[in-house]
Design a binder for this molecule. Structure first.
Ligand SMILES: Cc1cc2nc3c(=O)[nH]c(=O)nc-3n(C[C@H](O)[C@H](O)[C@H](O)COP(=O)(O)OP(=O)(O)OC[C@H]3O[C@@H](n4cnc5c(N)ncnc54)[C@H](O)[C@@H]3O)c2cc1C
Length: 501
């Protein structure tokens, strides 16, 4: 599903926001990158008071559903008994990736053999692990956790409604001021239905739709609900607040066509050969991803020119602040001519300080949402992006020194702050990375960041039988790709329910 964001003042445009509208949600359409983030990420949640969410407590839930295909098990790091598959590819498919790896090493950054190992430093380059099976086919959460055999086995107590839109929860006020969910109202099979709730409701509609459903049910910022004539059941200002994403900025060069995935579009005969290979042998270029390397950095290790100078294990920042994704294709969201090969580096801000909002435009569940990411609204957010772009240019220099021809195509006019800022903000090279997060954050109901929506057991404040379990509950956006932490949240929620039963 594509939604338009509100006009982004600091980018000079609005962006197209994508989410997966299917069983399995985003995991049906995402890039399949599998990363967990470093232990310090979750230890910071624990330090902020989240009981049960330190790395050591959360770690088992990454392993519980993992099937590390062909490279596990590794005690405490990777498991093979779970349902959800991930693995790296056997080799780098394009010369531009080999050159990237050499260039990064020459810049003094370490190679990270396993990006999901809890002991790697917050900077370095490693191969991508994908949520794919041994045949390189997508292992979505739908295929992993809801195979037809399981759905059939459990059909007496599992009812799956497809083509269904949940509109709101039916709540009843209790004398003590709390509420209880009595039903879930939905449009299904062409008609409106209300499903009766006997125990609990677990919401997993994602960071954009969860706040919409909550607000339509009367749970959210009171003033906003009043504006839409919605009866207030719980005044929870944090609902739909604290929206975050990893803003990306793409810098790009022309390279030989044969080194780039653009070749599939530029040369129809190559596409047909690839299609043939795929249909007959299940192999070929159609299975090759746009990116095969991850590059994580803390920009404090860089000097003024963007060159790493402090890449030692003793470095004190435990969490990276940028990720750079090398791609054998353009990584902006703009159309581009398919006449030359393209290599790009997508510079992603991993620890944004800016926060946006999800708000209703109407009390009609089908009305579009007002989604304002407020990218770069905190001026501090631009500093790591500038440094990251400079690092990208130093990587370009190293690759050129190695003899790899990179022709400047979409690069900043110079390395002055003004030109870097112009490139970041006003060149159409910025984009969403689809990592929406934290609109129902797990935090105390009132805290300096605007408060929380759910407690440490994922229960919505003021409602006795309602939990949220997905990427909307992160206290702040994790400095990593979101699908693995989201599944771990779901696993932990399942355990909470099991313990209660
Ligand atoms: C194009 C793209 C590429 C990405 N690439 C990566 C990647 O490579 N690696 C990575 O880790 N992350 C990636 N992500 C992000 C990752 O997929 C998401 O963070 C993750 O899917 C979030 O999971 P979720 O369960 O919170 O929400 P979602 O996956 O959005 O799931 C929400 C579900 O709720 C359903 N729903 C919503 N509203 C309603 C309603 N009113 N009634 C009924 N059902 C409803 C939706 O149909 C969907 O099934 C990508 C995302 C996108 C869109």
């Amino acid at each position: 599903m594509i939604r338009k964001s509100e006009y982004q003042e600091n980018l000079g445009r609005s962006l197209d926001l994508y989410t997966g509208r299917s069983l399995g949600g985003g995991s049906r359409i995402n890039q399949m990158f599998y990363t967990r983030g470093l232990p310090a990420e979750y230890d910071a949640w624990a330090a902020a008071g989240r009981k049960g969410w330190s790395w050591e407590e959360f770690r088992p839930y990454f392993l519980k559903s993992e099937d590390a295909v062909g490279y596990g098990p590794i005690e405490g790091v990777h498991a093979t008994a779970g349902e959800w598959k991930n693995r790296p590819l056997d080799r780098l498919y394009f010369r531009c990736f080999e050159q990237t790896l050499r260039g990064v090493e020459k810049l003094g950054l370490p190679y990270i053999p396993d990006i999901n190992s809890p002991t790697h430093p917050p900077f370095g380059c490693g191969r991508v692990f994908f949520t794919i099976d041994k045949n390189s086919h997508r292992s979505s959460t739908f295929h992993a956790f809801l195979p037809a055999s399981l759905a059939l086995k459990r059909k007496s107590n599992l009812h799956i409604c497809t083509d269904t839109l949940v509109e709101r929860l039916v709540l009843e006020s209790l004398p003590d001021g709390t509420s209880v969910v009595r039903g879930v109202q939905m449009i299904s099979g062409g008609g409106r239905k209300t499903v009766k709730v006997e125990q609990e409701v677990i919401m997993s509609a994602g960071p954009l739709a969860n706040p919409q459903i909550l607000m339509l049910s009367g749970i959210g910022p009171a003033e906003h609900l009043k504006d839409h004539d919605i009866k207030i059941m719980q005044d929870l200002p944090a609902v739909g607040s604290n929206l975050q994403d990893h803003l990306g900025v793409s810098i790009a060069w022309n390279i030989p066509m044969s080194d780039s995935l653009v070749s599939l579009q530029a040369k129809p005969w190559l596409f047909f050969i690839a299609l043939f290979q795929y249909l007959i042998w299940g192999t070929g270029l159609l299975l090759v991803p746009v990116s095969q390397l991850f590059l994580f950095l803390h920009t404090k290790i860089l000097d003024e020119s963007g060159t790493p100078v402090k890449a030692s294990k003793a470095f004190s920042e435990p969490i990276p602040d940028v990720e750079i994704m090398p791609m054998a294709y353009d990584s902006s969201d703009q159309p581009f001519p398919k006449t030359k090969g393209v290599y790009s580096l997508l510079n992603c801000l991993l620890r944004p300080k800016s926060h946006g909002t999800v708000r209703l435009t109407s009390s009609d569940p089908n009305a579009p949402l007002s989604i304002d990411l407020r990218y770069l609204s905190d001026p501090k957010d631009i500093t790591p992006l500038r440094a990251s772009l400079k690092f990208s240019l130093r990587l370009r220099d190293k690759m050129r020194e190695q003899g790899y021809k990179l022709v400047d195509w979409q690069v900043p006019a110079s390395e002055s702050d003004e030109d870097l800022d112009r490139f970041i903000q006003h060149s159409n090279r910025n984009r969403t990375t689809y990592h929406y997060s934290s609109t129902c954050r797990m935090a105390p109901e009132h805290d300096p960041m605007g408060g929380g929506v759910v407690d440490d057991e994922l229960k919505v404040y003021g409602v006795t039988n309602l939990r949220v379990a997905d990427s909307s509950i992160f206290p702040w956006i994790p400095a990593t790709h979101l699908q693995a932490p989201t599944v771990a949240v779901a696993e932990k929620c399942a355990d909470m329910l099991r313990m209660k039963a």
